[in-house]
Design a binder for this molecule. Structure first.
Ligand code: NAD
Length: 429
């Protein structure tokens, strides 16, 4: 290969104002203190086990070369092989990936799947890349992290701007190097290629169980409720469709380009079909435009932030006008906004519980791949619902016994289990 074109590297981005890893640590500290976690375990559980940073050189379609940065962070493997998505985003940085990896550790423990926590990210802008370029990035990133992933080591999955196709490329690249097909190396694969029925919708479907459970606790009649969804990708789009299918009024939705609001309720199936076709909700007739900030502050019963981190901060937490928040995204609320939401009596179902449906069905997919026997969709959905409902009720119970909010109770559940397993395994050497 002769490099005749200039090599360009995307500009290094500023770390976000609210560092997601710091947010994770603040909640971890609070939960660890309430649990009375001993100092040794505290040190072990908060430190990521392994962090791999890789350079990903690719040739763009116009012939130029670019070197992208990528990471894979394995936070904790006490419970089993690490598990966590891969994110393509122009803003991703190592602290974000660290936080996401730690959240996976607690999430897996809360829902009782035998995985540890990991996450990966590549700093790139898939909205400005062709499919061929995304494939090149995926295959090169896979080969760069190949030594630390595998069905018994670390099993990636989709996250923001990665999907079933990206998972198929990862599986294929890994399999080519291993000289046989290894379906269990990733989850979230297409059906027919080791994918599970119901995986694509699993995070949204898990959110539906959360919405139902939270409404029951708050005595909210879902048939009369108004719901606002931020983000209309895999997670936001799915929960909006599922809620609209049972007759719930979706008052507003958004994507990265802004929001759409309709007091009478959006035509969700038409909107989702429009987004699929145009890759934006911009131009859809059937609602008034608003910004993502305005959308968050709309009066509603249930707010579902399903886009990205730090959307709810001390700057806007006091202006939110909802009774329940169900966090579809990872880290949508900065740690210093928690107290404001509590003082306004907002019932928050935290990310590490609310959006765990994805990893639950990823676990089902991994099990099916290992056995080579695949379940039908109803079976997957029933098991998912039962797992999510059980986790919700366990966390709710802890809020009462420990007199804490849902977020601290969820962290306590996750940390308690990983601490227990860590103690049983003992320390090597
Ligand atoms: P996606 O790429 O399918 O969709 C992301 C959506 O968010 C898009 O509609 C995009 O336009 C919008 N968005 C991005 N940046 C935004 C911004 N700054 N403001 C408003 N909207 C913005 O991603 P996804 O898989 O739906 O993931 C969304 C969130 O859910 C992420 O935080 C992810 O970590 C989390 N999550 C995903 C899964 C999963 O199974 N996909 C599981 C658990 C958690």
């Amino acid at each position: 290969m002769s490099v005749t074109q200039p090599i360009t590297t995307p500009p290094v981005r500023e770390a976000p104002e609210h560092n997601p890893f710091e947010s994770m640590l603040r909640r971890f500290d609070k939960a660890a203190e309430t649990l009375g976690l001993d100092d040794g375990l505290y040190q072990i559980l908060k430190a990521p086990e392994k962090e791999l940073k890789v350079a990903i050189p690719i040739q763009r379609d116009d012939g130029t070369y670019e070197v992208l940065e990528g990471w894979r962070v394995q936070h904790n493997s006490a419970m089993g092989p690490c598990k966590g998505g891969i994110r393509y985003s122009p803003h991703v940085n190592v602290d974000e990936v660290r936080a996401l990896a730690a959240w996976m550790t607690w999430k897996c423990a809360i829902v009782g799947v035998p995985f540890g926590g990991a996450k990966g990210g590549v700093r790139c802008n898939p909205r400005e890349m062709s499919l061929k370029e995304i494939e090149k990035v995926t295959r090169r990133y896979t080969s760069a992290i190949m030594d630390i992933i595998g069905p018994d080591r670390d099993v990636p999955a989709p996250d923001m701007y990665t999907n079933e196709q990206v998972m198929a490329w990862i599986m294929d690249t890994y399999s080519v190097h291993h000289r046989h097909t290894v379906t269990g190396v990733v989850t979230g694969k297409p059906w027919g290629l080791g994918g599970s029925m119901g995986r694509k919708e699993a995070t949204g479907r898990g959110l539906l169980t959360m919405v139902r459970e939270a409404s029951r606790v708050k005595k909210l009649d879902l048939a009369k409720a108004e719901v606002v969804v931020q983000g209309s990708g895999n997670v936001g789009g799915t929960i909006a469709v599922l809620l609209s299918e049972i007759g719930v009024n979706i008052k507003a939705m958004s994507d990265i380009d802004g929001g759409l609001v309709n007091e009478k309720g959006l035509d969700v199936p038409a909107l989702v079909a429009y987004i699929e076709k145009h890759r934006t909700l911009d131009g859809f007739k059937g609602g008034d435009r608003c910004s993502n900030q305005e959308l968050l502050e709309l009066r509603c019963d249930i707010l579902l932030p399903c886009a990205t981190e730090n959307e709810i901060t001390p700057a806007n937490a006091g202006k939110l006008n909802c009774k329940i928040i169900v966090e579809g995204a990872n880290g949508p609320t900065a740690a210093d906004a928690d107290a404001i939401l509590d003082s306004n009596d907002v019932f928050v179902i935290p990310d590490i519980l609310a959006n765990a449906g994805g990893v639950v069905v990823s676990y089902f997919e991994w099990v099916q791949d290992r056995r080579g026997y695949f379940w039908d969709e109803r079976d997957v959905n029933n098991r998912l619902h039962k797992t999510m409902q059980k986790a919700f009720r366990q966390v709710l119970k802890r809020t009462k016994t420990s007199k804490v909010n849902m977020r601290t109770a969820a962290y306590m559940d996750g940390i308690d289990r990983v601490a227990h397993v860590t103690k049983m395994r003992g320390l090597y050497p």
